[in-house]
Design a binder for this molecule. Structure first.
Ligand SMILES: Cc1cc2nc3c(=O)[nH]c(=O)nc-3n(C[C@H](O)[C@H](O)[C@H](O)COP(=O)(O)OP(=O)(O)OC[C@H]3O[C@@H](n4cnc5c(N)ncnc54)[C@H](O)[C@@H]3O)c2cc1C
Length: 382
């Protein structure tokens, strides 16, 4: 049956875009090789990034010159959903801590209740026993409790009349799809399906660990606390000697821990080793030891909570599609074989963060209305 719009991909970009268009009155269908129902096979699907996000609403590792505008409209939508008690959207007191001096990122202007290190109570700041002088800031940040949020997002789409069809598409199928408008949210699949115009597109491979059944970590005001902590490069760094961060985001079903960012080419399965080769073997993955050891030190020393036994952790690996570091996000329209194709991929480490902003930008390209108008129409329907 023909549709107004077909969306390729059932990750966070595809489902958010499809839900947005469906709420704005378009008859849509998602076609995807894999859907959220494939979660039990997540360990064997590193290319399906939406099975893996941590999922903070912070524009980490996103490369686009439209970042401020997209993040701003995305975050505004998340705030509104939070007000409407959409499942899985929470607020954290989030810390970004460094063992060396750094410039604050420009997105900090858009965060609530920002406090710099010298304004913070030192006892509340994530630290390890031998932390040197610390730098950084905290803010009240949005967080998507992934199993709850992504399930609700998928359900909301089908409740609004959207359909999801599981099918692997090839390039030749595109012209036959029964809709005049195709939205490409196929993530790392984009290069095969549409021939990505970027030379040698890159992915950032990341380890993500889960410790089930652990309590939420809270501050004295009963607010959930999360952190990214970057030690000196001598403790944890990539092959080029750049310091790497570790993180902990408490979720209802336990703690999500990371991180690593191994940059490699999409079609070559070769990953640079870590600066320090020491690893733990968990679920068949070689996990950089520092993710566990540093998080353990921080959790013990700051929150009196133990990570301790690697056997109690599960580990997965996912790919963040960064394409290139100059302008990785591809959010643009092209005409192909009589169809309007709109690309929405290359979100790097911030696909969740940017999901609503990108969905609204796609809707704008179709509806030719301004974002605030589209946003209020969307919120009325959601
Ligand atoms: C370890 C890790 C931690 C992360 N943490 C965060 C975080 O804290 N915050 C955040 O904002 N982001 C985070 N991200 C990034 C985020 O997960 C991604 O940016 C996001 O999930 C990308 O979603 P997507 O829908 O664009 O692509 P994907 O989720 O990769 O979905 C692609 C879809 O396209 C389909 N597809 C591909 N090829 C075909 C084909 N030929 N035919 C049909 N369908 C096809 C796939 O089956 C899938 O359904 C993290 C990523 C990783 C790996």
């Amino acid at each position: 049956m023909s549709k107004d719009v077909i969306i390729i991909g059932a990750g966070v970009s595809g489902v958010t875009t499809a839900l947005t268009l469906q709420c704005l009155g378009y008859d849509t269908e998602i076609i995807a090789k894999h859907t959220y129902d494939d979660l039990p096979d997540a360990g064997s699907l590193p290319e399906f990034a939406s099975l893996f996000p941590a999922a903070s609403i912070i524009p980490h590792s996103a490369h686009t010159d439209q970042l401020q505008a997209i993040f701003s409209s995305s975050q505004a939508l998340f705030f509104n959903l939070r007000k409407q008690a959409f499942p899985g959207i929470t607020f954290h007191e989030h810390y970004e801590v460094f063992e060396y001096e750094v410039d604050p990122p420009s997105y900090l202007d858009q965060m609530l209740n920002v406090q710099f290190m010298d304004e913070l109570d030192p006892d509340s700041v994530p630290r390890r026993l031998q932390s040197p002088k610390l730098y950084g800031w905290s803010f009240d940040g949005l967080f998507a409790d992934w199993p709850n949020y992504f399930t609700a997002l998928n359900n909301r789409y089908t409740q609004h009349g959207g359909t999801i069809t599981q099918q692997k598409l090839s390039t030749d199928d595109i012209s036959q799809l029964p809709a005049p408008i195709i939205i490409n949210c196929s993530g790392t699949g984009s290069d095969t399906l549409f021939k990505d115009p970027v030379d040698e597109p890159k992915v950032s491979r990341g380890h993500i660990l889960h410790k089930a059944g652990t309590p939420l970590i809270k501050n004295s005001e009963d607010q959930v606390v999360s952190y990214n902590y970057t030690p000196q490069a001598s403790l944890y760094s990539d092959l080029e000697g750049q310091p790497c961060d570790v993180y902990c985001y408490p979720r209802k079903d336990g703690w999500v821990l990371g991180g690593s960012r191994q940059i490699g080419r999409l079609h070559e399965q070769r990953w640079p080793p870590f600066g320090d080769d020491e690893t733990y073997q968990i679920d068949g993955c070689s996990v950089p030891a520092q993710i566990i050891d540093l998080n353990h030190q921080i959790l013990t020393h700051t929150y009196n909570k133990e990570l301790a036994n690697p056997d109690e952790l599960t580990a997965q690996i996912g790919y963040r599609y960064i394409r290139n570091k100059n302008n990785g996000l591809r959010l643009e329209k092209e005409e192909k074989e009589g169809k309007m194709i709109i690309h929405n991929y290359g979100h790097g480490g911030a696909g969740v963060t940017l999901s609503w902003g990108c969905a609204l930008a796609v809707a704008q390209k179709i509806a030719r209305q301004e974002i605030p108008e589209l946003k209020s129409a969307l919120l009325q329907e959601l």
